[in-house]
Design a protein around this ligand. Structure first.
Ligand SMILES: Nc1ncnc2c1ncn2[C@@H]1O[C@H](COP(=O)(O)OP(=O)(O)OP(=O)(O)O)[C@@H](O)[C@H]1O
Ligand SMILES: [Mg+2]
Length: 405
């Protein structure tokens, strides 16, 4: 259970569009949510709805199209499309206004207004580009200061014999601090345990890769860390010298978990870590993640196809459909009071070990064109009861409100 309400990750109006020939594919379209420290946030939806893209956007694999991503209060991702659109819209709007105005001084005032607005948007674009690129700078400075604070007094006190070793350790730590990245505190466990491991790398190389990139050069430190991680995820140190093809699917996923945990992350994005595995192995990997979560106070974003996997594991669940978040609530609430027809259809797909229920269980098929009429009133994320959000228009909002009464 989350121990407090501190927000670790905040995603605001995230858009990630891909170029598709002349058109654009809106893989993630205006998605907002936050993840609190210590919780498991489930992200669910059918294949292609944008779950992986959301995760990859958070770890900065893309320059996001639009929106903001905050981690520990620092903006780590920022897109500029919305500001560009604002500028274009304002230009159009003001062009008409100015054309209609006959008084020259009022004309000038309008034109000044527009200029000021454009300037403000340009500043936003500049700031977004800066943060997208430099979010680690401040963090690195802080880390360097911390290392200095720790080592300088030690060096001062050290005897002549000790000095050499401590100086070496100091410069090692300093080098790492200068290279450290805020985003490495977010680690992603990738969807496909086979494709995500390099077949030419030993388990040792795979697990320690992040440490090495971060500047760790001490082989003994690396080895010890690798062994510690292997044991943590239920493997043994002898596995370190082997190659991925020598492992089963479940074991490979454990290697993936070890690779992410070694970076001592605060947030793990587990992208369908179990969907390629047998049911019995799925439970093992989920239990492993749960243990690690308790041990290290990890926060987890858990991506899955269907709701049954995330039900017991997640504190809150977000349901995605075609690039949009359509419902977001606590796990209990979502199962008790699903509102969006897509969520209902997902729930109707879960079989239960109850023959009576199974006899009556009807699969609900979601057909957006039949379910909604958005021709007049447009939908947006709205809070129906505290913490329970649904993507709906005003008419649906009223309907959902009464449904919950
Ligand atoms: N790098 C890319 N370039 C172009 N299109 C992409 C890219 N990555 C994803 N897409 C498209 O974006 C959409 C969302 O893909 P994404 O992988 O996020 O879905 P998903 O919800 O993770 O699906 P699955 O459950 O199958 O893993 C899909 O239509 C996909 O084809
Ligand atoms: Mg995916």
């Amino acid at each position: 259970m989350p121990n407090n309400d501190e927000v670790l990750l905040r995603v605001e109006h995230l858009c990630q569009y891909f170029k598709m020939g002349g058109a654009e594919l809106k893989a993630v379209d205006d998605v907002s949510f936050d993840i609190k420290k210590g919780e498991v946030f489930g992200l669910v939806g059918e294949s292609g709805c944008g779950k992986t893209t959301t995760g990859r956007s958070i770890i900065k694999i893309y320059d996001i199209t639009s929106g903001d991503i905050y981690f520990k209060g620092i903006r780590i991702g920022a897109g500029i499309r919305s500001y560009k659109n604002n500028k274009a819209n304002a230009r159009k709007e003001y062009k008409e206004k100015i054309a209609q105005e006959t008084d020259p001084s009022k004309k000038k005032a309008l034109s000044d207004e527009l200029k000021a607005y454009i300037k403000e948007q340009n500043n936003q674009i500049k700031a977004a580009k800066y943060d997208q690129k430099n979010c680690d700078k401040e963090y690195q400075q802080k880390s360097v200061a911390e290392v200095k604070e720790k080592y300088l007094p030690l060096i001062e006190k050290a005897s002549a014999d000790e000095k050499n070793a401590i100086n070496k350790e100091y410069s090692n730590e300093l080098r790492k601090a200068r290279k450290t990245k805020l985003v490495t505190q977010i680690q992603m466990i990738f969807q496909d345990p086979i494709a995500s491991l390099d077949p030419r790398m030993t388990v040792r190389e795979t697990i320690s890769e992040g440490l090495v990139i971060q500047g760790e050069k001490n082989k003994k430190v690396i080895d010890e860390k690798v062994y510690e991680m292997l044991e943590l995820v239920g493997l043994v140190r002898e596995h370190a010298a082997r190659y991925p093809h020598e492992f089963s699917g479940g074991q490979r996923q454990r290697i993936g978990v070890a690779r992410s945990i070694i970076m001592n992350p605060d947030l793990i994005i587990a992208d369908e870590p179990v969907s390629a595995l047998d049911v019995s192995i799925q439970a093992q990997v989920i239990n492993l993640l749960n243990d690690l979560r308790e041990k290290f106070g990890l926060t987890i974003m858990f991506i899955a196809h269907d709701l049954s996997v995330v039900k017991y594991f997640s504190n809150r669940i977000g349901v995605m459909y075609f690039g949009k978040m359509v419902e977001l609530a606590t796990s209990d609430e979502l199962f008790k009071n699903p509102l969006h027809p897509y969520t209902k259809s997902l729930l109707s797909a879960i079989p239960l070990p109850d023959p009576e229920y199974e006899k009556q269980r009807k699969r609900i098929v979601y057909n957006p064109l039949e379910s909604h009429d958005y021709s007049v009133s447009k939908p947006r994320m709205q809070e129906i009861t505290p913490g329970h959000f649904v993507y709906c228009n005003d008419e649906e909002f009223e309907k959902y409100k009464t449904e919950l009464k």
